[in-house]
Write a protein that binds this ligand. Structure first.
Ligand code: NAG
Ligand code: NAG
Ligand code: NAG
Ligand code: NAG
Length: 339
């Protein structure tokens, strides 16, 4: 009886611990702020929109000073990109990396902006990959030298296309090209305590071959398990992709050391098949509600950035222009709740 009592108290404590340790999805949601639109609101207006929608983090693709000015003193956590075209210079010279930090991050330039990550390169491929880790190392060194060693992490954002196998997730691995640079990226991230960022787009995987899967599986609306992988049942492609990244990182001994952050995910509202305001609403609302609970293999909250803040008319025609949560006139493209 006494033993049983102790056991059930332990079980209760474990259960409570488990409940307490699952953060709400809303705490881990950010938005990507792309600025390739001719008619977007002023940055200060955009910052007000984030605040009024309860969005506390933002991904920026380049150090746009007007946007950084608007972020001063806001406590909005910022993932700032060092764009691909800056990689050769950043990789080639510690002085260039120090200058980049001084102009864009440094406590003198933007002391009251809450920088959380410098994202060195987005979906880097081809011969730029040779510059990736040297640029990350020089950026890390420059941030340390500027006294930002404990606050700003250095990472990179990869495409889901670097996965050679993604289903079943336990078989996840990288393409041969990606394996070459990821074998250096992952130890860097593990050593510096930074996450890997990945752009995860079930829509694009579905659209690539629409007869290979039911769109519901991409849209978080499949009624049951679609892929059984050992003990784990998968109902959606988002979880499959995230867990495939973990399996691929494990092959470089990084799966338990390096956290995955979803640096982009979303669904277009126009421009192609199954791209509609209703599907975009379903995907993004379910994404917001889903990520707090993590994946079958990693049931912990996934920090996630929705792509994107606005429809951007200066991008290629087709779906590219229609990923926004908002029209440039600040109206919602579809109703959505962030909290
Ligand atoms: C800033 O945001 C963090 C979470 O992102 C929160 O813990 C902290 O209390 C906030 N600080 C202020 C001054 O609002
Ligand atoms: C980059 O790679 C391509 C082949 O993919 C090659 O033609 C080109 O010369 C390379 N550029 C540089 C600068 O090495
Ligand atoms: C990934 O797995 C596939 C299928 O097993 C294999 O053909 C490929 O060589 C693997 N990639 C790497 C980089 O090992
Ligand atoms: C698309 O998926 C179908 C069904 O799995 C398959 O038969 C077909 O070969 C695929 N097409 C391409 C281009 O991969």
């Amino acid at each position: 009886m006494a033993r049983q009592g102790v056991f059930s108290m332990l079980a209760m404590a474990l259960l409570l611990g488990a409940l307490v340790s699952i953060p709400k999805g809303v705490e881990s949601i950010g938005v990507c702020y792309g600025i390739r639109g001719s008619n977007l609101p002023l940055p200060s207006t955009v910052v007000s929109m984030l605040k009024s929608n309860g969005i506390s983090s933002m991904r920026l693709y380049a150090p746009d000073h007007a946007v950084l000015d608007a972020l001063r003193g806001t406590n909005i956590s910022v993932a700032i990109g060092a764009p691909n075209d800056a990689l050769p210079a950043l990789a080639g010279s510690k002085v260039a990396a120090a200058a980049w930090v001084k102009d864009n991050i440094n406590t003198q330039a933007y002391p009251t902006v809450s920088f959380r990550y410098v994202v060195v390169g987005n979906e880097v491929a081809g011969n730029l990959t040779a510059h990736l880790v040297p640029a990350m190392e020089n950026m890390r060194h420059a941030l340390d030298a500027a006294g930002l060693g404990h606050t700003v992490l250095v990472t990179t954002s990869v495409s889901q296309e670097i996965l050679h196998v993604y289903s079943p997730p336990s078989a996840g691995n990288f393409t041969a090209e990606a394996d070459c640079f990821m074998s250096h990226v992952i130890p860097f991230l593990a050593r510096t305590g930074a996450p890997l960022m990945a752009n995860v787009y079930p829509y694009l995987a579905w659209a690539w071959n629409t007869s290979a899967m039911d769109v519901k599986y991409a849209l978080f609306t499949a009624p049951g398990v679609v892929v059984q992988d050992g003990a784990y049942g998968y109902q959606n492609l988002f979880d499959i992709t995230v867990d495939a990244f973990y399996a691929a990182m494990d092959r470089h001994n990084g799966g338990s050391l390096v956290r995955l952050v979803v640096s982009e995910s979303g669904w277009p509202s126009a421009g192609n098949k199954e791209a509609s305001p209703d599907n975009a609403r379903v995907y993004n609302q379910r994404l917001i509600e889903h990520v707090g609970g993590g994946t079958p293999r990693r049931p912990v909250a996934i920090e996630t950035y929705i792509f994107s803040m606005f429809n951007e008319d200066q991008k290629a025609t087709g779906v590219e222009q229609h990923w926004g949560l908002f029209y440039p006139n600040m109206q919602h493209v579809y109703p959505i709740k962030f909290s």
